[in-house]
Write a protein that binds this ligand. Structure first.
Ligand code: AMP
Length: 282
């Protein structure tokens, strides 16, 4: 396993290792690694000859200073997990100054409507921050394939759009959501929940399953009303949004069309911690 902190060192290593037939895969992460991240890396290793995993908490995608400060970090533990589970990874863990000059600013991207809904509406500038860091990483690494979790499904669509906008020869692969036994989607932020909260947080997945079960026989507004009520009656959560949308455009679904795919999306606070999740409905 190679651990690299500087972009020029990464570029030279890739230049040495890359040949015409190599497929280079890239898995971007913000560290505090869990099984969800490891599942992405496994998929990347199955499909690629060389895999680069980045560990970098990207400041420009946070709209809230406290959230950035409290974001869990632990490079040693992350490296240990990677060594235990994988051979032959290239780990890129740059310092902020290596990636951004003195100003921590985002580029603005023409993501259009996709970036205005849900996470885009709730977290100002979030997707421009994501686009900014990924453009930088894609330029340094020049991967053939990059792997993203459906856990952040809106981000996955935004990244595909970014690749279109930049016209990159890069394939974006979406990977399934890895969950705890109670259905809670694995997330670095779960580390900040108490053991009791982690147990209770299975409720979020229950609500997604409720939407899925009712999708074929109840109207969308009935489903959403009922789930919003369930959240109101559960004092452990403060619901930010629960939406049922077209899985391609993320436009709110009013009436279901047979040839379209739909997903339910949820964001809810447990205390200070904001949790997001989603599920395919058909
Ligand atoms: P993060 O470190 O939270 O920025 O996540 C890095 C990548 O891992 C993103 O593509 C996420 O969508 C993905 N990811 C995070 N949690 C999960 C999960 N529970 N299952 C699958 N992928 C995940």
């Amino acid at each position: 396993m190679d651990l690299i902190h500087h972009k020029n060192a990464l570029k030279s290593l890739l230049k040495q290792r890359r040949n015409q037939n190599n497929i280079v895969g890239f898995v971007p992460t913000m560290g505090a690694l869990h099984q969800g991240h490891l599942s992405l890396i496994s998929i990347a290793q199955q499909q690629c000859d060389l895999v680069v995993v980045s560990i970098f908490v990207n400041p420009t995608q946070f709209d809230n200073a406290a959230d950035l400060e409290n974001y869990p970090r632990g490079l040693e533990e992350d490296l240990h997990k990677l060594k235990e589970n994988f051979d032959n990874l290239i780990i890129f863990a740059p310092h902020t100054e290596e990636i951004y000059d003195s100003q921590l600013t985002s580029e603005t991207f023409a993501f259009g409507e996709l970036a205005k809904k849900m996470e885009g509406a709730s977290r100002d500038g979030h997707f421009d921050g994501v686009g900014t860091i990924l453009k930088k990483f894609f330029t340094i690494i020049q991967p053939d394939k990059a792997f993203f979790g459906e856990k952040d499904y809106q981000q996955l669509l935004i990244v595909k759009k970014l690749v279109d906008l930049l016209n990159l020869p890069l394939e974006i692969i979406g990977c399934p959501i890895s969950r705890e036994e109670n259905g809670l989607a694995r997330s670095s932020r779960n580390k900040r929940l108490t053991a009791d909260q982690q147990k209770e947080a299975g409720f979020i997945y229950k609500m997604l399953l409720k939407a899925k079960t009712n999708f074929n026989n109840k109207s969308i507004s009935t489903i959403i009303d009922s789930i919003e009520k369930d959240f109101k009656n559960n004092s452990s959560f403060k619901l930010d949004y629960f939406e049922i949308v077209d899985a391609e455009t993320l436009n709110t679904a009013q009436q279901v069309k047979k040839d379209k795919k739909y997903r339910a999306f949820v964001a809810a606070y447990m205390g200070e911690i904001r949790l997001i999740d989603n599920i395919a409905l058909n």
